[in-house]
Design a protein around this ligand. Structure first.
Ligand code: GDP
Ligand code: IMO
Ligand code: MG
Length: 426
């Protein structure tokens, strides 16, 4: 009865949606534990491409129980739209359950996210979805939770504790008109009609499933280097995408977790600001961007592209306790004569083997590369690991050895059938 946590090991967009969908075939419960609709997870089923922001990527199976855990921040407008989008596509959403403890993104969070970002001297490049401000209120203990949607009275009471302060900040600092309580109440009670029936104690639901021997897959959003504690602060998101976040974000003891699978691109990308030692500002970077269709799922921004960074991955293995890797987008590198892997950094003439904890140091780090031959072959139709060309297998073996973690899954395209399971996860 394994509990498997799937985490992003880089700066997000590693293909978590695709790998979750593939593994969900053998899971009973799929649960999101942090983040919000800053996430954009792409799943391709047949000829249809789904972009999911809040609903777990297990939803595309008829019978999987899908959970949005307490650690997630929910924009109810986006959630209702996403449920509708799925229903319009003939997808069953009756198995979706939402934690009563999850916090809500309110209109003032979205406004503040955008206004704060504009006024920063050094921008973070947030998605502007209100994620940071919603988590700020959670920790400030003035957040509004799914449970507050129960009635007009409970929502009004929660708003009275926070809205006057938010309006003062919006009006006095940002010259914004602020928000009317009654308008928010009317709008949010509309969403409540859809959301309250899905509300439950999801910690209990997951524990009961686990005790029945069911398989539970926890779907991380964002990535390790965007983690509020372990990422490249301050160029991070406001939650814990790392594996520890799954325990807190689902109300599940850490000793229940059996495996932690890290999703990792065969290269590296980043959206938004912040240091990126292996970033390529040249034709190879452009080629990777075009072949990998590296444009944000949520904001459409072009993603910054670069070589695989084994220093960063060793760090990801450590802070997540990774037991295996799911390596994605290997096919993107098919046309290259050679591929590079960063195996250490040079900082002020010194060789660094460990990822620096200081973002200012990271900014000054220069990658030390090992160059390997490319395989120059189309991998997108390959179905088993042993059919991979020798040079591609050598690249994978080199990555695994450098990182200190076995590769469990290899992905060579966005579709389900473009996936090789080296070792089964469930
Ligand atoms: P997530 O946020 O981690 O779920 O990743 P995104 O969905 O934002 O970005 C990953 C993109 O790569 C999506 O467009 C996927 O359809 C696509 N993708 C996933 N795995 C592969 C792969 O192995 N090869 C190729 N070419 N595309 C892939
Ligand atoms: P998935 O789940 C890539 C980035 C933003 C920005 C920083 C902070 O699809 O991998 P935020 O809006 O969270 O306050 O923005 O984090 N970011 C992501 N980058 N993939 C994501 O999610 C991301 N979610 C947030 O670009 O740099
Ligand atoms: Mg994404």
């Amino acid at each position: 009865m394994p509990v498997v946590v799937l985490v992003g090991t880089q700066w997000g967009d590693e293909g978590k949606g695709k790998i979750t969908d593939v593994l969900a075939a053998r899971a009973d419960v799929v649960a999101r534990y942090q983040g919000g609709n800053n996430a954009g997870h792409t799943v391709v089923v047949g000829d249809t491409e789904y972009k999911l922001h809040l609903v777990p990527s297990g939803i595309l199976y008829e019978d999987k129980v899908c959970v949005i855990g307490n650690g997630v921040v929910i924009d109810p407008q986006v959630l209702c739209q996403e449920i509708q989008y799925l229903r319009d596509g003939g997808i069953n959403t009756s198995n979706l359950h939402i934690s009563d403890k999850a916090h809500l993104i309110m209109p003032y969070h979205r406004a503040l996210d955008q206004l704060e970002e504009e006024s920063r001297s050094q921008r973070i490049g947030t998605t502007g979805r209100g994620i940071g401000p919603a988590y700020v209120d959670k920790y400030q203990r003035v957040g509004i939770r799914v449970n507050d949607l129960r009635s007009r009275e409970s929502l009004a009471e929660a708003l009275d504790k926070v809205l006057p302060d938010k309006n003062r900040i919006l009006q006095k600092i940002y010259n914004h008109p602020g928000f009317e309580k009654d308008e928010i109440l009317d709008e949010y009670l509309g969403y409540a009609e859809q959301i309250v029936p899905l509300m439950t104690d999801t910690s209990l639901l997951i524990d009961e499933a686990r005790q029945k021997g069911q398989n539970i897959l926890c779907e991380g959003a964002q990535g390790t280097l965007l983690d509020i504690d372990h990422g490249t602060y301050p160029f991070v998101t406001s939650s814990n995408p790392t594996a520890g976040g799954a325990a807190a974000g689902l109300g599940m003891g850490p000793n229940r977790i059996d495996q932690v699978v890290g999703v990792v691109k065969a290269y590296c990308t980043r959206v938004g600001e912040g240091p990126f030692p292996t970033e390529l500002m040249d034709e190879t970077g452009n080629l990777i961007r075009e072949r990998g269709r590296e444009y944000g799922t949520t904001t459409g921004r072009p993603r910054r592209c670069g070589w695989f960074d084994a220093v960063m991955l060793r760090y990801s293995v450590r802070v997540n306790g990774l037991t295996g890797l799911a390596l994605t987008l290997l096919d993107v590198l098919d046309v290259l004569d050679t591929v590079k892997v960063c195996t250490a950094y040079e900082y002020k003439g010194e060789r660094l083997e460990h990822f620096p904890t200081d973002t200012a140091v990271l900014r000054e780090c220069r990658p030390i590369y090992t160059e390997l031959p490319g395989w120059k072959q189309d991998l997108s139709g390959i179905k088993s690991f042993h059919e991979l060309p020798k040079k591609a297998r050598e690249y994978l073996a080199f990555l695994s050895e450098q990182v200190g973690c076995p590769i469990q899954i290899v992905s060579v395209g966005p579709r389900r059938d473009q996936t090789m399971l080296v070792n089964s996860v469930f």
